[in-house]
Design a protein around this ligand. Structure first.
Ligand SMILES: Cc1ncc(COP(=O)(O)O)c(C=O)c1O
Length: 367
């Protein structure tokens, strides 16, 4: 069912019979007369190509409205506007470094309080809830430790305390999980990743299922203006058409690699949730990460994820660069940790490349 929905997402059904959606570049729209509108006035507010993506994405997420933003961070920033000074948000302890950086800034600048909690520990989370707590912000598969959280009990907890549950679903995508159906209030993605899927669009998307939240976010989106361009909106829609195929393939490649790495002497720790194409590896101390990255032939040392190519990232100086060392320490983000976004290449090529790069990375010594 989702496969068909994805393959045929947002067919236009316009009078031309076009299969692919038109890209409306016009920023302004002629009014039939004073006080009248075609539904489109100015592109920041609404654009037909962006609307086509947003409407089809909202359906895919089982929500009522989506908002396409100019990056994943803009999606998170859009959501932050729902909160005011002294509001508290409980946040996944292990999460994307850019989100940590933004929350840190918002705390210092605007007084919104972000408390980092371990969502594996239900009791700890419950104990942190106060009268000021307004939301839970969860990465259901955390970045970079790949910790899988059972979110279900938190939907009930949130309901009991009237908290918003916000899910960063970038890793799982609507193909593997639709949190709004399960009880979440807001779902966001860095659409730069699996949604776009080809490392050529920077984008984000926020989806909700409640009319009031939808209206608030619509107003903020228009007011702030970090909306997605028509061309990028088109590219996201095109990327979605193959989401199921890409996820299945990268997930199967990642599962095989995770199993293989368990047996490798060079690998100290395999961090994998069993789902998606995302896994992290901690190399043993007698393997040099810089040498490993320089020796790759097929996998690419680059900072992103969710595309067709296998990318390898070094969180210590890349995704989590602005996290203080003491915080990195607590999360096991050290100089032996690499994060892999497994692509859709032939699995044997990926495995061979990693094994040869590990051989080059060996610096000797004792384990
Ligand atoms: C889980 C997660 N959320 C949000 C973001 C931010 O997205 P963007 O880079 O599109 O701004 C990222 C980026 O890597 C991410 O991994």
């Amino acid at each position: 069912m989702k496969d068909t929905e994805l393959a045929q997402i947002a067919l236009t059904h316009d009078h031309t019979g076009a299969i692919a959606n038109p890209i409306y570049l016009s920023t302004a729209y002629q009014h039939p007369s004073l006080g009248q509108s075609t539904g489109y006035d100015y592109t920041r507010t609404k654009n037909p190509t962006r609307s086509a993506f947003e409407e089809s994405f909202a359906k895919l997420e089982r929500g009522i409205a989506s908002f396409a933003t100019s990056s994943g961070m803009a999606a998170i920033q859009l959501i932050c506007n729902l909160f005011k000074p002294n509001d508290e948000i409980l946040v996944s302890f292990d999460l994307y470094g850019g989100t940590f950086r933004l929350f840190d800034y918002y705390e210092q600048q605007y007084g919104i309080q972000f408390k980092y909690v371990d969502f594996l520990n239900y009791e700890e989370v419950t104990n942190q809830i106060t009268a000021n707590t307004k939301a839970l912000f969860i990465e259901p598969i955390s970045n970079p430790q790949m910790i899988a959280i059972d979110v279900e009990p938190y939907y009930q907890l949130a309901q009991k305390h009237q908290l918003l549950t916000i899910i960063d679903n970038t890793f799982l995508t609507p193909y593997l999980s639709t949190p709004l159906e399960e009880g979440a209030d807001i779902v966001l993605h860095s659409a730069t990743k699996y949604i776009g899927g080809h490392n050529d669009v920077l984008a984000g998307v926020v989806t909700v299922k409640d009319d009031k939240l939808a209206q608030q976010l619509f107003d903020f989106h228009n007011m702030i203006g970090a909306t997605l361009s028509p061309l990028d909106s088109y590219l996201l829609q095109r990327g979605l058409k193959t989401l199921h195929l890409r996820i299945e393939r990268s997930q199967s490649n990642a599962q095989q690699l995770a199993a293989k790495c368990q047996d490798l002497e060079a690998i100290d720790q395999v961090l994998y949730s069993g789902r998606t194409g995302m896994l992290s590896l901690r190399l043993n101390k007698n393997y040099n990460v810089a040498k490993f990255l320089e020796s790759l032939d097929i996998c690419i040392f680059a900072e992103s994820l969710g595309g067709t190519e296998t990318l390898i990232t070094f969180p210590y100086t890349q995704t989590h660069v602005d996290m203080p060392d003491s915080e990195k320490d607590k999360r096991g983000i050290d100089e032996q940790l690499i994060r892999l976004s497994i692509g859709i290449e032939d699995y044997t090529d990926i495995e061979r490349d990693i094994i040869q790069a590990l051989k080059h990375a060996y610096v000797g010594g004792i384990l």
